[in-house]
Design a protein around this ligand. Sequence first.
Ligand SMILES: Cc1cc2nc3c(=O)[nH]c(=O)nc-3n(C[C@H](O)[C@H](O)[C@H](O)COP(=O)(O)O)c2cc1C
Ligand code: SF4
Length: 429
Amino acid sequence: MQPGSRAPAKETRIVLENCGRIDPESLSEAVKAGAYKAVTQVVREKRPSAEITAEIKRSGLRGRGGAGFPTGVKWSFTAPGDVKYIVCNADEGEPGTFKDRLILEGDPHKLLEGMMLAGYAVGASKGYVYIRGEYSLSIRRIQKAIDDARAGGYLGDAVLGSSFAFDIEVKKGAGAYVCGEETSLIESIEGKRGYPRLKPPYPGSVGLWKKPTVVNNVETLANVPAIIARGADWFRGFGTASSPGTKVFQILGDVETPKAVEVEMGTPLRTLIEAFGGGIRAGKRFKAALLGGAAGAIVGPGALEMPMDFDGAKERGGVLGSGAILVLDEDASVVELLHGILRFFRHESCGQCVPCRVGASVLVTLSERIRSGAATADDLERLVEVARTMQATSLCPLGQSPILPIQTAVDSFREEFEARMAKPCGAGA
Ligand SMILES: Cc1cc2nc3c(=O)[nH]c(=O)nc-3n(C[C@H](O)[C@H](O)[C@H](O)COP(=O)(O)O)c2cc1C
Ligand code: SF4
């Protein structure tokens, strides 16, 4: 991977199309750039709500919060009821992830319109944006956008003079990773400690204040206005058949130019690292990448041709997750990377259930033994075994997650682990 051999890189922007082009604090600039066009058309033409859900279903839009669940299908699963909620998940706690912040800070009206269309589609009249407290600029911008949209008649009891009522409130999170999980997020909005709920029931049936609730990620919702304005077929013209559209990737670590880019789904990992990330820093060689955040996969050079879409990545032992790509050069240590991840899980385990509370601690102890040379021969297998038990028995996906980075790291870098067990270096790279 030599910096000189890079092809010119071109982004395809849908959710970030206005970022850096408009004043994010100006409603009139946003409207000039197309904000609220789709929702205006929908309420003026009194389009049936089922039509909006059907269009999102047809577009193939999948959740950008990590799991890739089809958005239209989620909306259609919302149980009947007089009171329903739309919750925008802007917690963005996944390490290395900052894509939602770009939308919140660069084009907040796009997100608000996405929430309004979701509300119209499922019959909700109230939305919440749950943002981590550290995102002070995001909070300020989204709050200003809400205030301006309300004053402009886009939000309120009669959206654009129609019978559709929709309003949005901001809720600040206190910075716990687990509060990004949809049910603990709901608990947190309700003012309780952010403990995940057992699923089922899913939020679509029993959500916020026990009412049917749609929880969607910022990037997911920001795709909705363009799909409704330009149609599902237009959206399907980007990306792959099973993952249409674009994805915002964050390229970090040992690359020349760390950045966030919006490209078509299915763009190869090599293109993201070489063409957008500028290649490996200081002309070094690529060693590994952590894909999708702490709950992601650690892949080696064999994965560079991996198409970065939900299914393409999964088929090749990777994962898309939040779209964070942490790149490691030849000098970095996968043993140390994994150790950092496991410490993160121990720190972020909410402690509600035993397998995760105890298991996350045991993982760190085993990893500590491996890196310090105090491990016994079977400690590496034990690490995998404990994570597998956590996957099978933990209450929420946080405790079920460590198996992926552990298994992928051990599969691709077993020799490095075994060498470290035999001869600890303590470099901490
Ligand atoms: C520990 C944990 C943290 C999560 N953090 C986030 C987050 O910060 N943002 C997000 O959108 N989804 C996060 N999720 C996924 C949410 O539970 C949920 O699936 C998502 O918000 C649904 O939106 P989508 O369908 O639009 O992807 C997290 C899940 C887990 C288990
Ligand atoms: S798996 Fe971990 S984070 Fe999830 S409920 Fe159990 S202790 Fe909490």
